[in-house]
Structure formats: structure tokens, C-alpha cells
Design a protein around this ligand. Structure first.
Ligand SMILES: [Zn+2]
Length: 402
């Protein structure tokens, strides 16, 4: 696998005729810019010494991120240097310097000329989508879904396979490694920025170490980030499935600055976004929505407690009472809205996806009856795996970084 990587540059995926990225390192042994990056507690694991793709992250500065984000949102039509200067507040000279560097590294290309008021036509610049790619892995309790996402957030390839989170660490890691390699194979190695892995919590996002996943206590203490990074020789970021999904929604535009993403799949959790950034808390403990007790003498829950909202919801789903499950979810959502002054509630996860209508209706009814302002309740447009890829991509654009 590794031996083929250095020779796949020609197949670097330029289906729309875009110029391939020209990054410095073409082999794993190449001189890297990673070494010049200061260590960051929340950064991805960086086990390898040579990756041209790291160039994009190393280029990262506040101003470069601003420019890249405007290029991203401008789409294929592009944006002129003058507009970039106006919208960032940077001087035209500063913008020219930044865009020249991004062009030299293959991240930006010309998008044609556009009329400008009073002067000669300005050259529009656009982002080269495939210049930066990230793999997003969603390791769920019974399924693995993986995607390869480009700089614009578009999914370029997808992989889905059954997974048993209880099958042992070696087997699960092997599946994850295989999926990441399958998806990134054939693309220029220097374009692949890394891998984001989303897993049911609890876990520590900073260290990438899992805690006692409900129902799978054997994962407690497992350093998933470092293990995957060592195997894949790529930067890896680990986060809770709910946080990853919420980040993806925050980056690709949910229409709200502050929202709660409620995920009902094999478990129930929440991702919280305030001011465009995911709120994780100091211990990645925020969003443990499913284990709030709503019935003191309720049925036992997998977490060891009783009457947790997750246990009540899953039990209602089990007996086919989707209305009941939706109302229970609505009670929790209304509590969140009241507690945190939230603008929007987004629903996701496989259980919701199977029957979106009753869930949206039920949650909307309860939230509407309890909130004193209008809180829209919608189905989330985006999955956990896509959000996991944004763990690598979003920081390039200065997005989702609190
Ligand atoms: Zn519980």
C-alpha cells in the first residue's frame, strides 16, 4: 500500500481538468513542515515526518484562513483579489502575497476574468477542491461508514461496511485502517490532510483516548488517535460522533450560529454549537444528552443509571411507539433550549432517518409548547462521517475552532 503511494500522483484525481496540487513533499521521507509547528494540545496526532499535504495546515494563519474561507464560499465562480481585500479588511498587497503562495502550492487557480467597475477586468481566483482531502470515519456500534471529502465539503468517495464495536480493538482498528486506505488510494498522497474518526462517547478529544463507551467498556483507555495515526501515517483527530456531526453542520451552513444537534441512532447524544464553534467542555464531556435522568424510578440504562432519556427513547422505539420516542426526545430538546437559549434544533442519526416525519413533528410540538420564542426543528443535512472529515478540514478555513 505505502509503496504505491508515491507513484499515484498522476492519478491525483483531476476529473474536472483542474490542476493538481503541487506540494513540496512527494514522498513520505520528504522534508516536512510539521516540525516547525508548535505542539498544540488539541491538534491532530502527527506521527510522520514527511507529508506535503501538511503544507496546507502549516500555511495556516488567521489571514490565510480568512482568504481560504472566502474562496471556499465563493465556489467555482471564484472571487477577485480586490473583493478578497475588501471582505477580509486586509491590504491588497497582503492578499496578493497570500494568494500567490496558495497558487504556487496548487490550492488556488484562476477562474477566469470578471468585469470590475471602472477598471480593467479582474482575474477571479477559485479554490482547487481536490488540493486538500480528508477521510471521515464514523465507527458506530454496528456499522462503519467512511467518506473522502474535498476542500469544498463535497464527498468524493464513500465506503460502508458492517462493524461490531465489541469484536475487539484489533479487528475494529483493522476495519478503520482498511476503509481509510481504500478511500485515499489513487489520490496524491500530499493532498490527503488526514483522518477524522468519530466514535460514540465518552472520550477525550484532546488526547484521542476513548473512555467507557456505553455497552463496550473494553474500550476504556484505548488511544485510538495514536494507534490509527501510527498505522495510517497520517494526522488523526478523534471526536464524539455527535460533535463531529455538529461541526460538519456548522461548517457547511446550518443557518444558525447556535444550535443543538440531537443524534438518535444506537444511542442518544447531542452536539452543541455556540457562535459557530462546537462546545466540547474541558473533558469533552459536554453533550451527554442521553443520560439525563427524566424519570427517577425509570427503567435501567446501559450507563448504570435509571430513567435516562436514552433508555426511555430506545425502549419506545423498540416497541414501535415512535410518537412516544419523539415526545421523550422533545422533552429533552425543550430542556436544552430553555437552558442554553438555542436558535435551532437539528435531528439526525439512523433511527430518526428511518422515520423523520414523526420525530420532527413530535419534537416540534413539545419544544413549541415550552419555548417562549420560535425554535425551528429540522432534519440535519449531513452525516457523522462527513463531519468527521471536517475535524481536519474546518481548521484550514478557521471554522469551528473555539
Ligand atoms: Zn444512561
Amino acid at each position: 500500500m505505502e509503496s504505491t503511494r508515491g507513484t499515484t500522483g498522476e492519478a491525483a484525481g483531476t476529473p474536472d481538468g483542474a490542476e493538481p496540487p503541487r506540494a513540496a513533499g512527494s514522498t513520505w521521507a520528504a522534508e516536512s513542515t510539521w516540525g516547525t509547528e508548535p505542539a498544540r494540545a488539541t491538534g491532530p496526532a502527527m506521527p510522520r515526518a514527511g507529508a506535503g499535504g501538511a503544507n496546507l495546515l502549516a500555511l495556516r494563519s488567521h489571514n490565510t484562513a480568512l482568504v481560504l474561507d472566502l474562496l471556499r464560499t465563493a465556489g467555482a465562480a471564484g472571487i477577485s483579489r480586490l473583493e478578497l481585500a475588501e471582505r477580509t479588511g486586509l491590504t491588497p498587497q497582503a492578499v496578493s502575497k497570500i494568494t500567490a503562495r496558495l497558487r504556487a502550492d496548487g490550492f488556488v487557480a484562476e477562474a477566469g476574468r470578471r468585469a470590475s467597475t471602472g477598471g480593467k477586468p479582474a482575474t477571479a481566483l477559485r479554490l482547487v477542491p481536490e488540493a486538500g482531502l480528508a477521510v471521515g470515519l464514523h465507527l458506530d456500534r454496528d456499522e462503519l461508514r467512511a467518506v473522502l471529502v474535498d476542500l469544498t465539503g463535497a464527498v468524493r468517495a464513500e465506503h460502508r461496511a458492517p462493524l461490531d464495536l465489541g469484536a475487539g480493538q484489533d479487528a475494529v482498528v483493522e476495519e478503520a485502517v482498511r476503509a481509510a486506505r481504500t478511500l485515499s488510494d489513487g489520490w496524491a498522497p500530499e493532498a490527503v490532510l488526514g483522518v477524522g474518526a468519530a466514535v460514540p462517547g465518552p472520550l477525550d478529544h484532546r488526547s484521542g483516548v476513548l473512555h467507557r463507551v456505553t455497552g463496550f467498556p473494553e474500550w476504556d483507555g484505548f488511544p485510538l488517535r495514536d494507534v490509527l495515526a501510527r498505522r495510517l501515517r497520517l494526522p488523526v483527530v478523534v471526536d464524539k460522533d455527535t460533535n463531529a456531526a455538529a461541526l460538519g453542520l456548522a461548517v457547511t451552513g446550518s443557518g444558525a450560529e447556535s444550535f443543538a444537534y440531537l443524534h438518535l441512532g444506537t444511542g442518544l447524544g447531542a452536539g452543541l454549537v455556540f457562535g459557530g464553534s462546537v462546545h466540547r467542555g474541558a473533558r469533552t464531556g459536554a453533550g451527554e444528552f442521553g443520560h439525563q435522568v427524566v424519570q427517577m424510578d425509570g427503567p435501567p440504562c446501559g450507563c448504570g443509571g435509571r430513567g435516562c432519556i436514552e433508555a426511555l427513547c430506545l425502549a419506545a422505539v423498540e416497541r414501535g411507539d415512535l410518537e412516544g420516542a419523539a415526545r421523550t426526545l422533545g422533552v429533552g430538546a425543550a430542556n436544552l433550549v430553555a437552558l442554553l437559549d438555542i436558535d435551532l434544533v437539528l435531528l439526525g442519526g439512523r433511527t430518526v432517518a428511518r422515520a423523520p416525519e414523526p420525530f420532527v413533528r413530535g419534537v416540534r410540538e413539545v419544544v413549541g409548547a415550552r419555548a417562549s420564542w420560535d425554535v425551528p426543528v429540522r432534519i440535519a443535512a449531513g452525516g457523522v462521517a462527513e463531519g468527521a472529515a471536517q475535524l481536519l478540514l474546518a481548521p484550514v478555513f478557521g471554522r469551528g475552532v473555539g
